[in-house]
Design a protein around this ligand. Structure first.
Ligand code: SF4
Length: 251
């Protein structure tokens, strides 16, 4: 995607170097670019208010909620975070949470040992390396334990209102079905689809795709007959398989 034709300079400056390089290395067919933009238009009409489904009041809370959301529903995470907010007031409270205590508090989100470890270490790194502030740059966010590009993008998109695409299983499955990527690796899916749209549209598109997955294009039985994207979807009426997108180990 040529930089000059689609990106304004201030937004381009907010994008991490790796993503810029990956976009520059791709040269998607014009027909695919046009189709992606038509799909984005339809989804923007259908889900104009698409946004993050996790509840949070601070950047740290969204980062922590995103760590908790791995292999767990947003609804479940939202049931756990109010009690965490009541019990742990500061980053240091999380960093120094007694062994076993935090695990117990997040037990219902699953994988609680790994998640508690990630939360403690992430809180400690933010305190020690980032003066207690969640970083906004991709490079800084990727230094946090438990944060791969998906988590980093969630924080950048919703806390800092920067362009981003957070690839979860819904996003991977649907962009594959729509023929916008052939990849199964979440990072490659992010790069492929970022190359199809101007960055100003990434966040809205990514959030809307996830809502479309929940409402219409489910993993097991997509409702192609009532899908607003059917005319633009090469998989319409043909889906018979489970999702193929791999989940990132680090989220
Ligand atoms: S037509 Fe079917 S497979 Fe394609 S996006 Fe819609 S629901 Fe999903």
């Amino acid at each position: 995607m040529p930089k000059e034709s689609t990106m304004t300079e201030p937004i381009w400056n907010e994008i991490d170097d790796r993503l810029k390089a990956e976009i520059a290395a791709r040269n998607p067919p014009k027909a695919t670019v046009a189709r992606a933009r038509s799909i984005a238009d339809i989804l923007a009409q259908e889900f104009p208010e698409a946004d993050c489904a996790l509840d949070y009041t601070t950047p740290w809370e969204l980062l922590m909620a995103t760590i908790l959301s791995a292999q767990c529903t947003d609804v479940r995470v939202n049931m756990v975070t109010p009690e965490l907010r009541r019990k742990y007031k500061t980053l240091r409270d999380y960093a120094e949470a007694p062994e076993g205590e935090l695990e117990k508090d997040i037990y219902s989100t699953g994988f609680y040992n790994n998640k508690a470890k990630a939360i403690r270490e992430t809180a400690r790194i933010i305190l020690e390396k980032f003066s207690g502030e969640v970083p906004r740059e991709m490079e800084g966010l990727l230094q946090l334990r438990g944060a791969a590009r998906k988590t980093a993008n969630v924080v950048r998109m919703h806390v800092f209102r920067l362009p981003g695409i957070a690839v979860d299983t819904h996003y991977g499955r649907i962009t594959q079905r729509l023929g916008l990527t052939d990849e199964t690796d979440p990072e490659k899916i992010e790069f492929d689809t970022a190359a199809l749209l101007p960055p100003e549209r990434w966040t809205q598109f990514a959030d809307a795709v996830i809502l479309h997955g929940r409402k219409t294009c489910a993993a097991r039985s997509p409702k192609c007959e009532e899908c607003a994207l059917a005319q633009l979807c090469p998989s319409a009426g043909k889906v018979v398989t489970e999702p193929t997108a791999k989940k990132s180990k680090k989220g």
